[in-house]
Design a protein around this ligand. Structure first.
Ligand SMILES: Cc1cc2nc3c(=O)[nH]c(=O)nc-3n(C[C@H](O)[C@H](O)[C@H](O)COP(=O)(O)OP(=O)(O)OC[C@H]3O[C@@H](n4cnc5c(N)ncnc54)[C@H](O)[C@@H]3O)c2cc1C
Ligand code: SF4
Length: 514
């Protein structure tokens, strides 16, 4: 990782209207919106810029996560957070995800806002992240005021055949909405190495390229890298935030601000609120009624490998189709099931033991890597436990195991009807796209944040990232995090003194250039 702190280094002694902690999926768009509205903003990011050289024009633009970070488990503390490696599948959550929904193993909670309230922000997020898509073939797609900003990505050669055969045999196939700088004037070359890879062409619309750079371009936003937020500070009454204690290259600084937005992801945001304990808030900020760290949710995921070619597959961008027709239920299954999605090509066999690597590679080079994904439910018991200021343990969300099995069967059947046999090993589900632990809601007994993402009873303290979401639905969650961040930014700016809006910039003028 290259140390690149001279680009937009920051004077910590300046005064700021807002400090945003974390530059990932939540923090970067929030900073952008505040900067667009004319607020002076400091973003603090504990990591550095991640710069990876391509290594010659003949090598693919994408670099696999394990090659860049050393392992898949390494913390993704970099400018842009986890989105530097994400697959850029940018979905709106479905209308039903905002309502209380009964599942096989429990109930998914209602959100404090409706889909209709978030719809305008989804539209802004899609434009900002250049989302390519279409509602065709997707009965679960929620209503939208305007079409997708860009047409769906074209299917690669083998993918197009598989899609055609699935459709011919009665399966409704949908496009995956992807956030890439693709099309006329765009940098994306639709290479085979995108999902779980870093893009050396800067063509993936991630939190750095799509939000942080336009935020810095407003002139109102400053970024301090390699700077960790240690504590959020509150006044003596405990009812208002006053700033944040930071550590930058071993030196501690206090930065004062009327607004502090914690966007440190999971478990970073919950841990920071816990670390910020005071006499007025002995169990942590926002934890008066014990909701902090609780209600962890996410996605239960299984893998499926339809065998699509006797020949070794060429390197192609594959992440273009999904099967979403069973989202809200399936024949003889009364509960919501979820989605089947094709993933990008990735050399997963390199992460397996030497013994099974040849077989894993054979599978990986002759089949598509697909996954099926259902909602994993929160309860009061799921989430993080604290031991003093440390993380004590974690309780997993509740997996809907029979539903996951049913969805697996539906996926295997769909590919079999189309003429492809699949390998779909039964095993305990993976937990992806974790959400919750600092959720928003109307009731302080069961939530940390109010519906505007402000901590109950602490003025000026906000949390906007994956930990804000009360449930995960069954589609990828990053676009929802971006939409919530833009909405929270408007709320914060709307409550700032009017004089601060003097340097506001038009919202559409600040997209990242091609
Ligand atoms: C391989 C991979 C593929 C994925 N694919 C998709 C996909 O296709 N679609 C999708 O929707 N989602 C995808 N995701 C998930 C998505 O990236 C995350 O859900 C999202 O980035 C979470 O956003 P966040 O803001 O909560 O956290 P992050 O994006 O991780 O950002 C948190 C930031 O806060 C910083 N931070 C934390 N604590 C502090 C502190 N105390 N002081 C200073 N800085 C701090 C961190 O360093 C980090 O940069 C994928 C994830 C991975 C790893
Ligand atoms: S597909 Fe496009 S955005 Fe993704 S790594 Fe390749 S060039 Fe970059």
């Amino acid at each position: 990782m290259q140390q690149d702190d001279q680009w937009r280094d920051t004077d910590l002694a300046r005064s700021y209207d807002a400090v945003v902690i974390g530059s990932g999926a939540g923090g970067a768009p929030l900073a952008l919106r505040l900067g667009q509205r004319g607020l002076r903003v400091l973003v603090v990011e504990q990591g550095d810029f991640l710069k990876v050289e391509r290594g010659g024009t003949e090598t693919p633009p994408g670099k696999f996560i394990t090659k860049v970070m050393g392992s898949r488990e390494a913390p993704l503390s970099v400018v842009g957070g986890r989105t530097k490696f994400y697959g850029a599948a940018l979905y709106r959550m479905r209308e039903s995800d905002f309502r209380e929904t009964v599942h096989e193993a429990g109930t998914s909670p209602a959100w404090p806002i409706t889909y209709a309230e978030l719809e305008p922000y989804y539209e802004q997020a899609e434009r900002l992240y250049r989302v390519h898509g279409t509602p065709d073939g997707d009965p679960s797609e929620p209503p939208r005021a305007n079409p997708f900003p860009y047409p769906p990505l074209p299917h690669g050669p083998v993918v197009a055949d598989v899609v055609r055969r699935l459709q011919q045999t009665g399966t409704r196939v949908a496009a995956i909405p992807n956030g890439l700088d693709y099309g006329p004037g765009g940098k994306c070359v639709l290479c085979a190495s995108c999902d779980a890879h870093y893009c050396t062409l800067d063509a993936k619309m991630d939190a750095e390229t799509a939000s942080m750079r336009p935020a810095l371009a407003t002139g109102n936003v400053h970024l301090a890298t390699q700077t960790e937020a240690l504590r959020v500070l509150t006044d003596s009454e405990g009812g208002r935030t006053t700033g944040v204690l930071l550590r930058r290259r071993g030196v501690e600084h206090v930065v004062r601000a009327e607004v502090v937005a914690v966007c440190g992801g999971l478990p970073g945001s919950a841990m920071l609120l816990r670390h910020s304990r005071t006499e007025r808030h002995p169990e942590g900020l926002g934890n008066a009624q014990g909701a902090l760290g609780r209600y962890l949710a996410g996605h239960s995921v299984g893998m499926l490998f339809p065998f699509v070619s006797w020949k070794t597959l060429p390197p192609i961008y594959t992440k273009t189709f999904a099967i979403n027709e069973f989202y809200d239920g399936a024949p003889d299954w009364p509960y919501p099931t979820g989605v089947v999605q094709i993933a990008g090509q990735m050399p997963f066999w390199e992460e397996t033991s030497r013994l099974i690597r040849p077989v894993a590679k054979l599978i990986g080079t002759h089949s598509f890597m697909c996954f099926y994904m259902t909602e994993a439910l929160p309860t009061r018991e799921t989430g993080l436990t604290f031991e003093g200021d440390k993380l004590g343990g974690r309780v997993e969300p509740v997996h809907n195991l029979q539903t996951l099995g049913r969805l697996r069967g539906l996926a295997v059947d769909a590919f079999r009807r189309a003429g492809y046999r699949s390998l779909a090993r039964k095993r305990a589900p993976y937990l992806w796209h974790e959400v919750g632990t600092v959720r928003f809601g109307a009731d302080p007994a069961t939530s940390v944040l109010d519906p505007d993402c402000q901590v109950h009873d602490i003025k000026g303290l906000y949390v906007v990232d994956a930990s804000t979401l009360p449930s995960a639905g069954a589609v990828n969650t990053a676009l929802t995090i971006v939409a919530l961040a833009l909405r929270a930014g408007d709320h914060i700016a709307g409550h700032a003194p009017a004089a601060r809006h003097a340097d506001a910039a038009p919202l559409d003028a600040l997209q990242a250039p091609h």
